[in-house]
Write a protein that binds this ligand. Structure first.
Ligand SMILES: C[S@@+](CC[C@H](N)C(=O)[O-])C[C@H]1O[C@@H](n2cnc3c(N)ncnc32)[C@H](O)[C@@H]1O
Length: 203
């Protein structure tokens, strides 16, 4: 991982998706999370203030620890223990069924082996455990989707591998999850990055 991904990008991401509007989306996405939780792609810990009191413990993983260092104060302020490990979602060193919930926000777009990571997330969830997600992805509007395809490479270059047009609910279902309610809506900002998927899926 180069200097840009390790040092610059975590700070840029912290600004871009650390806004008040996105905080409201996080709050809604995490309202029902409970128990022992694994967060994939922890970044700078922007979800921490939005976890409800039903969360008892959080394991947070991310390939780079820059964000976790930035999250030092947020981690200290969390009302539950937070353990961070520099890991990739594709290879989770946890046993089957260890978690009540897995959380991914703005991360399924970036994980290179997203199918493998979702399969790992399903493996480490207990029976009926839930994957909670808040992600951007593929537009239903053909004109916007065409733009997403045109911007794919340049966006991935700027965004550390972020893919603009992943079919998030399709990927989640494809990994064997049963989809619960998924809200599809448009966030503020450029239309190519606006389509959102917020919901949960059950093992
Ligand atoms: C756009 S940031 C989102 C950070 C955070 N989830 C949030 O909502 O603020 C994407 C995150 O995915 C992480 N990431 C990249 N590859 C990953 C992988 N293979 N497994 C897990 N996380 C990964 C990046 O390091 C980055 O922190």
């Amino acid at each position: 991982m180069g200097f840009y991904e390790r040092v610059v990008l975590p700070r840029v991401v912290d600004r871009v998706i650390g806004t008040r509007a996105v905080a409201e989306e996080r709050h809604l996405a995490l309202a029902e999370v409970s128990g022992r939780v694994l967060e994939l792609g922890f970044g700078s810990g922007l979800n921490l203030p939005h976890y409800p009191s039903s969360v008892s413990q959080l394991f947070a993983i991310d390939p780079t620890d820059t964000g976790a260092k930035m999250a030092k104060d947020r981690i200290a302020a969390a009302p539950f223990p937070v353990e961070f490990a520099p890991l990739r979602g594709e290879e989770l060193p946890f046993g089957e069924g260890e978690f009540d919930g897995v959380v991914a926000t703005f991360t399924l777009c970036t994980i290179p082996g997203v199918e493998q990571a979702l399969s790992e997330a399903r493996r480490v969830l207990r029976p009926s455990g839930r994957l909670y997600f808040l992600e951007h992805g593929r537009s239903d509007d053909p004109a916007v989707h065409r733009l997403q395809v045109r911007l794919r490479s340049v966006w991935a270059f700027i965004g550390g591998g972020c893919q603009l047009d992943r079919d998030v609910p399709g990927l989640v279902e494809g990994a064997g999850f049963r989809l619960g309610p998924v809200e599809r809506y448009e966030s503020e900002g450029p239309r190519f990055a606006a389509p959102r998927f917020r919901g949960w899926a059950e093992k």
